[in-house]
Design a protein around this ligand. Structure first.
Ligand SMILES: [Zn+2]
Length: 685
């Protein structure tokens, strides 16, 4: 893409929006999300007529596509007489674009769209809908556009297990996906929080395993994560009928989107095992989260479910989960042990692999392929399996190296359940901090990937796990605008210009709001923890720190200098500036010589979802010789340990001109087992 053109057009855009109303604005292809592959701006303007008509010069457009164009905000109709506003040419012998790409010429006389397939033509129309702000802006800057996706897989994931969402909600998101040129909807239909698809042979899945007495995740967890009958008063949950699912698949397919169903196995299956405990190792409900791979009944169940899933979903891919199985019960279950002996399997990882391979074979025998989370690599899978890499990118890279297709969805960049802004201003989330800029910064192709294997990298996906996302509007808030970034990573060339992307995101957010979506208000973004943006100066900077209780090797920050490096942490406890421990904190700073001290303090983090709690008390003491310490300040916690949002608290106190060389900090952790302490800087002034 021509960067100069972009910069030039940015200034036009800003000027035109400042001085003129929408009707006088000139829409430019430089403003589209995802950014078009390449374009050349021409100096004339095309005025879109009142009635937007089309004709087909070459090839055919299906009635489905014609209906779609008519129903769109531009109400595009076939030309009856005179010239058409849009001329289509569909021809497989064009070069330079993929089957999803298109070439579009906007001239003073009209628009020509050339594409290999109707999918390419569909995406050209998506560009026009966005360009004109649903027909509000009629003056189009003339341009020659060539637009073709970088990756063939551009996905969004919907966790309808943790919170059930209506078909209407999903259709609305399909419309947004189409606009963003995304082509795969991953439906996470089953998980411990609820089963969402009827299976004729196992009616308890939707009579019982789809319902819970409490609506919110916190209430349900606190009440013990029990399910209930569908007619229990106030039961929360639900499921889709097969007709509804078929209708969804059809709706998506008219928008060139494939719906990929996911059935979790062998882990994340608490809801199934509560309804059908005979499929677990213990045979009792609420005991196990994994299917028992030792029992044939498990395979009878899974095969029956897959039969019905295949009948409803035409997708070539069936996602079989495969993540986070605990495998604990397998170690002592007689059925599992017998299976291992019979099959010559040496450990429980091998038993997971046995289940995955057996189900893969079954699914392949029905002409479909499996996708699984990266754990399916443990113990090996068949070459046809596609891997979704979520635990970082290493699993995906390994899979690519061994010839598997891979979809990248690393948690650090692609998990939209983390807060996107200062967590104290955001709805309750699972923790973390993943702002738009961070998502946008993700580059799926890494330097150490072998170039001849990169074609196995199919694309990227945005995942929204919905434990804490109860309301539909909250889900939209989490998806948008961050899904714009994933869409652009999937579609556009890899060059990055965050300022330009941010500008386009603001404009697209307005359009989304106009269409009734509830995106995060990017205009009023607070951003990273302000204290972390500038270095902090104090008397302890650069001083040596000794630890009576060691910090955790898992969260060392930058090691021994973390607490005196003058750098305070951000909203993410994993940003290398925070230091974590599962014990109390007991450390001492050596200032090198006696100094007058007027203030001691340190910030701690609270993130309940991540089991990080504030210390109950922090005691500061000083010493001249490093042996005899005198307490100088004690600060107690005044925050409820169950407070649901991420905050930081400064445990600080003035000290009245004490002279000392050594300053000690002792923090008493919250007594909950497994609770962490995180601190970033020991401030001495
Ligand atoms: Zn078992």
């Amino acid at each position: 893409m021509n960067r100069l053109i972009t910069v030039f057009l940015s200034s036009i855009f800003i000027c035109s929006t400042l001085v003129a109303g929408a009707s006088d604005s000139v829409a430019s292809v430089a403003d589209i999300i995802p950014r078009v592959t390449s374009f050349t701006i021409k100096d004339k303007v095309y005025e879109l007529p009142e009635a937007v008509t089309f004709k087909v010069k070459r090839g055919n457009l299906s009635s489905v596509f014609q209906e779609y164009m008519y129903a769109s905000s531009l109400h595009i109709t076939p030309v009856v007489k005179g010239t058409a506003a849009i001329t289509f040419a569909i021809s497989s012998d064009m070069t330079g674009v993929s089957t999803e790409g298109y070439i579009m010429d906007i001239t003073p006389k009209g628009i020509t769209i050339t594409a290999k397939t109707e999918t390419g033509a569909f995406y050209a129309v998506q560009s026009l809908l966005q360009l004109t702000h649903d027909g509000e802006v009629r003056r189009l800057q003339c341009a020659e556009v060539k637009d073709t996706p970088r990756f063939s897989y551009r996905g969004m994931h919907f966790d309808v297990s943790r919170h059930f969402r209506s078909v209407d909600f999903l259709k609305k998101q399909i419309d947004a996906m189409a606009q963003l040129k995304m082509n795969n909807m991953h439906l996470h239909l089953t998980d411990g929080a609820g089963w969402r698809m009827p299976v004729d042979a196992y009616p308890r899945l939707t009579q019982f395993a789809a319902w819970r007495p409490q609506r919110t995740w916190q209430d349900w967890r606190n009440a013990g994560t029990f399910y209930c009958e569908s007619d229990f008063p106030g039961a929360s949950g639900g499921f889709y009928s097969k007709d509804e699912l078929r209708e969804l698949v059809d709706y998506a397919s008219r928008r060139h989107i494939r719906v990929i169903p996911e059935i979790e196995m062998p882990g994340h299956s608490e809801e199934v095992l509560a309804a059908y405990p005979e499929l677990s190792c213990s045979g009792q409900p609420y005991k196990n989260s994994d299917f028992c791979p030792g029992k044939e009944a498990t395979f009878a169940f899974l095969e029956k479910v897959i039969d019905e899933v295949i009948d409803v979903f035409p997708s070539e891919y069936i996602h079989i989960g495969g993540d986070e199985a605990s495998k604990d019960a397998w170690k002592t279950c007689p059925d599992c042990q017998r299976r291992m002996k019979e099959e010559g399997i040496v450990d429980v990882d091998g038993l997971q692999s046995y289940l995955i391979k057996r189900m893969e074979k079954y699914i392949n025998s029905h002409g479909r392929q499996i996708i699984g989370w990266d754990e399916i690599l443990q113990g090996g899978v068949a070459p046809g399996a596609t891997v979704m890499s979520w635990r970082g990118t290493e699993g995906g890279k390994k899979a690519i190296a061994s010839g598997h297709d891979v979809i990248m969805t690393p948690g650090t960049y692609c998990y939209l359940d983390y807060s996107q802004d200062a967590p104290f201003r955001e709805p309750v989330s699972i923790g973390g901090y993943t702002p738009l800029k961070k998502v946008y910064g993700y580059e799926p192709v890494e330097a150490d990937m072998e170039s001849d294997k990169v074609s196995h990298l199919l694309g990227v996906q945005a995942n929204l796990w919905s434990e804490y996302v109860t309301e539909d509007s909250h889900a939209e808030h989490m998806y948008y605008p961050r899904a714009y970034a994933i869409a652009e990573i999937g579609w556009s060339t890899p060059e990055k210009d965050y300022e330009d992307f941010h500008r386009r995101s603001l404009a697209f957010n307005d359009l989304m709001q106009q269409r009734g979506y509830a995106p995060f208000d990017l205009k009023s973004e607070y951003g990273e923890r302000h204290e972390s943006l500038v270095p902090v100066t104090h008397k302890g900077v650069g001083a040596a720190v000794s630890y009576a209780l060691p910090y955790s090797e898992k969260y060392p920050g930058v090691g021994l200098s973390t607490l005196t490096d003058g750098k305070r942490g951000g909203w993410n406890n994993n940003d290398g500036r925070w230091q974590g421990t599962l014990t109390d904190v007991d450390c001492t700073v050596d200032l090198g010589q006696e100094k007058e001290i007027n203030y001691v303090g340190a910030a701690y983090m609270h993130s309940e979802g991540a089991w990080i709690h504030l210390p109950e008390e922090v005691v500061f003491s000083t010493s001249v010789n490093g042996v005899d310490f005198t307490p100088v300040a004690t600060v107690s916690c005044d925050i409820d340990p169950m407070y649901p949002k991420i905050i930081t608290k400064e445990y600080g106190a003035p000290v009245d001109g004490v002279r000392a060389r050594y300053v000690r900090m002792q923090a008493t952790k919250n007594p909950r087992p497994g609770s962490w302490l995180f601190t970033d800087e020991f401030i001495i002034n």
